[in-house]
Write a protein that binds this ligand. Structure first.
Ligand code: ADP
Ligand code: ADP
Ligand code: ZN
Ligand code: ZN
Length: 850
């Protein structure tokens, strides 16, 4: 068709990975492509398990050195199940995962901005004595000479090395001693004492005096000889020279840095001094962590505790750097101070940095590199981040945008970039900026493929692929592939129905709202001051669905997850979580419980499955242990567990498959030859319920299981909530590490819904719409509404506009991110905000309403 030239399309034929139904697809190159579809329809499978897996496999050699991101993902990928994939470019996946939990990594180090700053500080920084606050610098010999020559005529001075100041009165004595010792053959000449070259000078000793100068008359080559003396003195004194002026001030010079007042001294700074990864620069107390228990907290606690926040290291005040590194200033500020600024303030500081023209050449390279990186971070709405912020404290969305920013700095071309929902965590205001950035990547000659649900992004794309119609086995077909304008004609597609406006969510559309003002009970948090919060007092209505909104970095998480949640929990459940500071919490007597539905993945091992996670498997195992056959054999419930020895297959230890380690190639999994994937031994499988063994149960989808267990209320109730959150297609035994993000979060939600609660519970959710198609969002709103109808309160941190429009009440933080945020800028019903609000959220809601 196209001859031998470069193919204009990526041709996929017969893809059958996971739930994909033998699909054929042609994707245009050098285009912005959006893959969309309801949750579980196969989007990630297509993007990551087919395209990226094949890209990694094929371009293994070319990309190994270039990108360490690919290296990690490489190990997971096997050859995808497809007949052929042609025209594929090398792939780079920009993942939606938190950055590695190295507690020393910061925004600055991850973006390399810190590395360029280290060069600037080392080359241009002024060192300030920590005790005397005097700037101290190193001197060159010509500088020393000039200083000495500037002394008033008639001064008598003494050049000393090393530093130990010799009292002036001892001048004569010292000279005498020197003569006695026989090495300093001091010559008198034009009243300038100079040392002879000292070939025989014994090196083991340091000599207090080299030169005595009486500069009554300085003529001819006196200055040259003075220079010679100073050079010699510096050599003998390890770079340090003191010029004692008889009856005058004492000048101290050093080729090292030394404070002339207290003698505090430091070698010339090198870039290494400014690295908290290196012993030369790291604070010795905290070893560059900025806090003392940061690491442990980072891993074990659900709320984010921050180095420098929970227990800032006292020695370095959380800056991670030692005294010496912090004594160096550039543009009046230490690197610790600069790292604490948000990127906006940082950029101003850098642009205003005045340097001598002679040093411009040194500065311009690093400055350019830094500004380029800062610009990319700005474009992606990360301007509120400070460079010193621990990388592990960034959310998945922030981490992804940081990775994306890095790609923009060293743009490749001819690459297929794959991104999973880059809009997560982004306020509507910032989506445009994101789109412009992605368009730039495309214009640079790349193909950009996004897995996305956001309609605004979808309309902007060059090409849309819609998968569906449902999730799991109900999905995996291509409903539409083409320009976004044509999508509306595809009646089968839920995406199309929303995109054309035939179906809508938000305001008067979607699930009915609760009573306008509930029963008037409220929960009031007063004087919250954590991080950027400006002493805010918030009144949360109870018995309703409330959204906390605001641009990224405005303080939503700080307020809800890190202040309110631990505060309520500590009071209600006598826990001792760290809550960020606040003055008072009122109205707590209205609540009996609080639950945080965490967005993190539910399991990283194949041993965790939906059945175990939701607790339904315990009930099923009890059921099996109570069957007559099990009783006769004396099988207890543990027998039916694949995680403990007893009934499981010992060849694979209950995993059903075995991993074959390949040293330099992706791991290969093979079905366990003993149990043939069933995870259990033969005897255990003999026990059957309605003809199904325990292994059969794990193979059932939730809707099949609902039928099999319909007469067992406890089991049915738990399965029903899974079906209610839209996971009826999922298999009970699907390994948790293979669930999509949206699936994982809904399982977590289902677990919370399946619990029997005592009285009024406050449910807190953090961006529950991530990974969800509008159709799924609609379903989510129904579930949350049901909670409200049962008398509970739901508080959600969200960016998703149609979702926000479905809420009863909105509390909007801002106006901007970081130090420019932390206040309540609007509150009210979504309709009220849309009518009269002036905040970013209010404006976006008003646009949505039109
Ligand atoms: P989406 O990205 O559209 O939400 P996915 O591509 O993640 O959907 O998943 C499509 C289907 O394939 C889902 O039913 C999911 O549970 C299933 N699936 C995903 N990964 C695996 C896997 N590694 N093994 C088996 N099934 C999987
Ligand atoms: P939002 O949830 O609205 O995006 P956050 O509450 O996460 O905002 O952030 C508010 C401010 O606090 C921002 O300036 C952000 O950089 C800072 N911040 C958030 N989390 C941390 C953390 N773990 N450590 C240090 N600063 C943080
Ligand atoms: Zn420290
Ligand atoms: Zn086995």
């Amino acid at each position: 068709m196209e001859g031998k030239g470069r193919q204009r399309v990526i041709r996929i034929r017969g893809a059958r990975q996971h739930n994909l139904k033998d699909i054929d697809l042609d994707l245009p190159k050098d285009a912005l492509i959006v893959v969309t579809g309801v949750s579980g329809s196969g989007k990630s499978t297509l993007a990551f398990d087919v395209l990226h897996a094949e890209g990694c496999r094929r371009y293994l050699d070319a990309f190994l050195p270039a990108s360490h991101f690919t290296l990690g993902s490489l190990w997971r990928h096997e050859r995808p199940d497809a007949d052929s994939i042609e025209g594929l470019q090398p792939t780079v996946a920009i993942e939606h995962k938190r950055l590695p939990a190295d507690p020393r990594s910061t925004v600055g180090t991850v973006t390399e901005i810190h590395d360029f700053l280290r060069i600037l500080y080392a080359r241009l920084g002024t060192m300030v004595c920590p005790a005397c606050h005097l700037p101290i610098r190193a001197h060159t010999i010509p500088e020393m000479t000039q200083e000495v020559l500037r002394l008033p005529a008639g001064s008598r001075f003494l050049v000393l090395a090393p530093l130990e100041p010799a009292p002036h009165a001892q001048l004569a004595k010292t000279l005498a001693r020197l003569r006695r010792e026989g090495f300093a053959r001091i010559r008198f000449e034009d009243k300038i004492y100079l040392l002879d070259p000292l070939p025989a000078l014994p090196r083991r000793k340091t000599y207090p005096i080299q030169v005595v100068v009486d500069r009554l008359i300085l003529k001819d080559d006196a200055s040259r000889r003075l220079t010679g003396s100073l050079e010699l003195a510096a050599q003998l004194g390890n770079g340090r020279v003191v010029v004692a002026v008889v009856d005058g001030p004492e000048l101290s010079f050093s080729q090292n840095r030394v404070c002339s007042r207290c003698g505090w001294t430091a070698p010339e700074p090198t870039p290494r001094l400014f690295s908290h990864f290196h012993p030369e620069g790291a604070c010795p107390q905290c070893q560059g962590l900025g806090c003392l228990q940061g690491t442990r907290k980072a891993r074990s606690s659900r709320i984010t505790l921050v180095p420098g926040e929970a227990a800032p290291c006292e020695a370095c005040q959380g800056t991670r750097l030692n005294d010496r590194a912090r004594s160096v200033r550039l543009g009046g500020r230490s690197l610790g101070e600069v790292s604490a600024m948000d990127l906006g303030a940082f950029r101003r500081w850098l642009q205003e940095l005045a340097v001598e023209p002679s040093l411009e050449a040194v500065v311009s390279g690093p400055r350019h590199q830094i500004l380029q990186r800062v610009e990319a971070l700005f474009q992606l709405g990360l301007d509120y981040l400070p460079l010193g912020r621990g990388a592990w404290t960034l959310s998945g969305g922030e981490a992804q945008r940081l990775r994306l920013a890095q790609q923009l700095n060293s743009p490749l071309s001819g690459v297929l970039y794959l991104l999973d929902e880059p809009s997560v965590g982004l306020h509507a205001r910032d989506r445009r900026r994101l789109l412009r950035t992605l368009s730039r990547l495309r214009t640079a000659g790349n193909t950009v493929l996004l897995v996305e649900h956001d309609l605004q992004i979808l309309r902007w794309a060059d090409w849309v692929v819609d998968l569906g119609p449902g999730g799991g086995t109900e999905g995996g077909r291509v409903l539409y592939s083409g320009h976004p304008d044509g999508l509306g004609r595809c009646t089968q597609s839920l995406t199309a129905q929303f995109a054309s406006g035939a179906r809508r969510l938000g305001f008067s559309h979607g699930p009915p709202k609760g009573p306008a003002d509930g029963n008037g009970n409220t929960l009031q948090l007063r004087g919250a001051r954590g991080r950027n919060l400006r002493d805010v007092t918030v009144t949360f209505p109870l018995h309703g669905l409330t959204c906390v909104t605001g641009v990224s970095g405005s303080g939503k998480t700080t307020l809800v997850r890190d202040t309110l949640y631990p505060a309520v929990r500590n009071l209600l459940h006598r826990s001792t979580m760290t809550a960020l500071p606040f003055d008072a919490l009122e109205g707590i007597h209205n609540l009996q419980g609080v639950v945080l539905v965490d967005p993190a993945p539910i399991g990283t091992t194949p041993r965790s499955i939906p059945a175990t996670y939701t607790g339904v498997f315990d009930l099923i195992r009890n059921l099996f242990a109570n069957l007559p056959e099990a009783k006769t054999r004396g099988y207890r419930p543990e027998r039916f567990s694949f995680n403990t020895p007893g009934g499981r297959c010992e060849t694979c230890q209950g995993e059903g498959r075995q991993r074959i380690d390949m040293v330099l190639l992706p791991d290969v999994y093979v079905t366990c030859p003993t149990c043939r994937g069933s995870r259990y031994d033969e005897a255990t499988l003999d026990v059957r319920f309605k003809g199904h063994s325990i292994a059969d149960v794990l193979q059932m989808t939730i809707s099949q299981a609902l039928e099999v267990f319909q007469n067992l209320p406890a089991i049915r109730r738990r399965l029903q909530v899974l079906a209610d959150v839209g996971l009826d297609y999922l298999r009970l035994g699907q390994p948790a590490n293979t669930l999509s993000g949206g699936e994982a979060q809904r399982i977590r939600l289902a677990r919370e819904l399946g619990r029997r609660t005592r009285g009024h519970t406050l449910y807190i959710l953090d961006e529950p719409t991530r990974g969800l198609h509008l159709h799924d969002v609609e379903r989510l709103v129904w579930i949350l509404r049901r909670l409200v109808q049962k008398g509970h309160t739901v508080l959600v941190v969200e960016h998703h506009l149609p979702f926000i429009a479905c809420a009863d009440y909105v509390i909007d933080l801002g106006p901007e991110g970081g130090p420019g945020g932390g206040r309540i800028v609007a509150q009210g019903t979504p309709a009220e905000l849309a009518c009269k609000g002036t905040s970013h959220t209010a404006r976006a809601l008003a646009e949505l309403k039109q």
